[in-house]
Design a protein around this ligand. Structure first.
Ligand code: DGJ
Length: 728
């Protein structure tokens, strides 16, 4: 059992292979957080927690004259509300009498085998052969009878612990939840930690930012109705001196695609509190008697081996325990060509077939018909919601078009943006009340489209029916699911005035239901997520789709940063990466090398390529297939940081048995007459001898890692190198 209760000390310890996590039912039954970090065997960490009377600290009434006991300084597993802890809180609830208070005390716990489930939200799961144990601990406010149920699952071998929270109203009148954080962790030595997050913007998602902790609340979050381009629901805390290879790192990855919040507060005593969950902005959720509210799951990992160690834990775990699609491990992903940058909305069936014919020569397996095939859509001002084929463009009909593509020996994919509606659409004319707009006000337009009210069951049913119908009319192998605006004008026509604070969250619940229904009815289809590029690239989305479009920015040099940042938590097998016309001065080969750090495909008009270029593409597609097992199943190493000034960016994939590796280098800058550059490999077996690109000579793993490989300087800027290392 990986979860141990010690009756004498009242501690509960969760053990993974290399880590321990400890809590204690402490004074007056408040649940204290004692430890998270490297394994501590069966140590009782209570000795770490000191108590002082520091003045101005509130003491819970039941502690009588014990002035030293203040929740304002004690490390907690889940906070109280209005019990003298002035730091950022896990919960804010308005009780039926109007009071804002929650005094939760541990009243019960149970330890079971297997993974807990959430009924309304996506979760990771136990894969075949995994040993997983679950702790469920109940806190109760004796006055309001509100229960908070804290859930922990321990994935022992994977070094992963997941947390989630449920709030149950066991009272007799409704309560209103205003803030609920899925995780709360208090670190006693907070000033030793830095915070790393993945901020960005459209076209530049998930850039990496590191901050020192100062005495305030550092906030990372999104209030755009989605997890967004601007922030990502992943944060890392790490030692001040942690680097790619050294130092302690803690990761927190939230399984949620809507508004989220992570707060890191360095308090007056240099303790650090980290909370993460649904963003409280415009969030007021009524919980009626006997109802239960579920907060999203947080996947936590800890590594002593720097950023790489932490990334590897997430990569391995998310490759096996997050998405059930058969494309995760049983079926190889196709090399695809997408029509967007080739034609935008200006295409017909003939043009698509011609692109497919040319792409076939490039070794492409699948043609994706992107935006523009439905309703009367010729530009982005109309037709979202009208999910039927525009037969002026697809004159032969969808079925016939797909047949023609299949006859070429290729597969067919299609684009949808189900959550949106154009005002110029049949759907909007029939159901203006289905769009998010506040009565008496004009809704914010973005890309000239409105968001559908996904919280409505009739909207959800409409979308399930429409999308499924299209998917059933032809032999469709792939779906790109897009969303191209942030959500505003939060209002649901179906909800009474006092429940409008539930709409943001209900939107996400509705979205999950729609995706789930469609995906379950079409388990053989490969789904790729997208949000104007890589907005909403989060773990919850990756529960449904095995891959996600990284960014609309296909410039290969920008992509180096995009792939670098994304890889902090998400495996390269999830990263949608294509070769496009973007990057005029970048050789085609370099574009291919960069796109191989992902799902690999094309986003250009294949008919415009010369024969020579098509041939080169064919070679690259074949190489991708040859290296697929290294890229998709191997360990990924960031060998250099593209955010730092340097002459090249390098990365590497190594098979688990270390017999093969693919080391890629892009020369981003060449200083005149500069020093010789060497790229040092990582993750090889020091004693193995490796050939490089099938060379006669072989080099030891130790030499390649410690001395490195010289990179030819006499090459044009933006040249690239791909070294295939094979054990001799
Ligand atoms: C945004 C996506 O990121 C693009 O790839 C493309 O699908 C467009 N939407 C289509 O509108």
């Amino acid at each position: 059992m990986s979860i141990i209760y010690n009756k004498a000390s009242k501690t509960i310890t969760l053990h993974t292979r290399h880590t321990s996590y400890q809590m204690k039912i402490g004074n007056l039954d408040y649940l204290l957080h004692l430890y998270y970090g490297p394994s501590i065997c069966d140590a009782d960490m209570s000795y770490q927690v000191m108590q002082y009377d520091r003045g101005f600290s509130g003491n819970p009434y039941e502690s009588r004259n014990a002035r030293k006991f203040s929740l304002d300084a004690q490390p907690q597993e889940f906070t109280t509300q209005q019990q003298g802890d002035f730091r950022t809180a896990s919960i804010e609830v308005v009780n039926s009498d109007g009071s804002y208070s929650y005094h939760g005390k541990a009243v019960d716990f149970k330890i079971t085998k297997g993974k807990y489930q959430l009924e309304t939200l996506p979760c990771v799961f136990a894969a075949e052969g995994d040993t997983v144990d679950t702790l469920e601990i109940t806190l109760l406010d004796a006055v309001s009878k509100v229960q908070v149920i804290l859930l922990y699952s321990v994935f022992e071998a994977a070094d992963i612990i997941t947390r989630a929270v449920k709030v149950k109203n066991a009272g007799i009148e409704s309560i209103h939840l205003k803030k609920i954080m899925s995780v709360c962790l208090d670190f006693l030595n907070g000033s030793d930690l830095d915070l790393i997050s993945l901020p960005g913007r459209y076209g530049q998602e998930r850039q990496v930012e590191r901050q020192r902790m100062t005495h305030h609340i550092h906030t990372i979050g999104s209030v755009r109705g989605s997890s967004s381009h601007q922030q990502n629901p992943f944060v890392m805390l790490c030692d001040k001196n942690a680097t790619e290879d050294y130092g302690k790192c803690y990761g927190f990855s939230l399984m949620y695609s809507g508004n989220f919040l992570a707060e890191a507060e360095l308090d007056q005593y240099d303790q650090l509190r980290l909370v993460m969950g649904i963003h409280p902005k415009q969030f007021v959720y009524e919980i009626k008697p006997q109802e239960v509210f579920e907060g999203p799951e947080v996947v936590m990992a800890f590594s002593e081996h720097g950023f790489t160690g932490l990334s590897h834990l997430y990569h391995d775990f998310y490759r096996t325990n997050l998405c059930r699609s058969k494309f995760v491990k049983d079926v190889q992903r196709p090399v695809l060509i997408n029509s967007w940058e080739a034609a935008f909305m200006d295409f017909d069936d003939v043009k698509l077939v011609n692109i497919a014919k040319a792409a076939k020569k490039m070794g492409v397996d699948l043609l994706v018909m992107d935006d523009g095939w439905f309703g009367k859509r010729d530009d982005d001002n109309s037709s979202l919601g009208d999910w039927y084929v525009n037969e002026k463009k697809i004159k032969c009909g969808l079925h016939k078009l797909v047949e023609q593509i299949n006859d070429l020996g290729m597969k067919f994919g299609i684009w949808f943006e189900p959550e949106m509606v154009s005002e110029d659409s049949e759907l909007y004319r029939a159901h203006p009340e289905w769009a998010m707009q506040i009565p008496g006000r004009h809704a914010v337009r973005s890309r000239n489209q409105l968001a559908l009210d996904m919280s409505r069951k009739d909207v959800q049913d409409y979308l399930i029916e429409k999308v499924n119908t299209i998917l059933d009319t032809a032999n469709i192998y792939y779906v790109k699911w897009d969303i191209n605006r942030s959500i505003t004008d939060i209002w649901s026509n179906e909800m009474p005035a006092d429940k409008q604070g539930e709409v943001y969250h209900r939107y996400i619940l509705g979205l999950y239901r729609v995706m789930n229904e469609i995906i379950l009815t079409h388990p053989d289809i490969l789904f790729e997520g997208c949000s104007g590029g890589g907005g909403r690239y989060d773990a919850a989305m990756l529960h449904y789709y095995p891959q996600y479009w990284v960014s609309d920015n296909n410039h290969p040099i920008d992509r180096l940063k995009l792939h670098y940042g994304t890889s902090f938590v998400y495996p390269v097998s999830t990263m949608g990466a294509h070769i496009s016309d973007s990057g005029k001065f970048v050789p085609l080969k370099t574009k291919a090398v960069v796109a191989m750090c992902g799902t690999f495909g094309y986003e250009l008009d294949a008919t415009h390529l010369t024969r020579k270029e098509q041939k080169l593409c064919k070679e690259q597609s074949d190489l991708f297939r040859k290296y697929y097992h290294i890229i998709f199943e191997g360990d990924y190493y960031r060998l250099s940081n593209p955010f730092e000034l340097g002459n090249m960016t390098a990365w590497q994939h190594v098979t688990k048995d270390k017999t093969e590796a693919l080391l890629s280098v892009v020369v981003t800058n060449l200083t005149c007459n500069g020093p010789q550059e060497y790229v040092k490999a990582k993750g090889l077996e020091p004693n193995y001898m490796y050939t490089i690109n099938n060379s006669k000579e072989a080099y030891s793993g130790a030499a390649l890692m410690h001395a490195g490989l010289p990179i030819d300087r006499e090459v044009p800027e933006y040249s690239s190198f791909q070294f295939y290392l094979k054990k001799k």
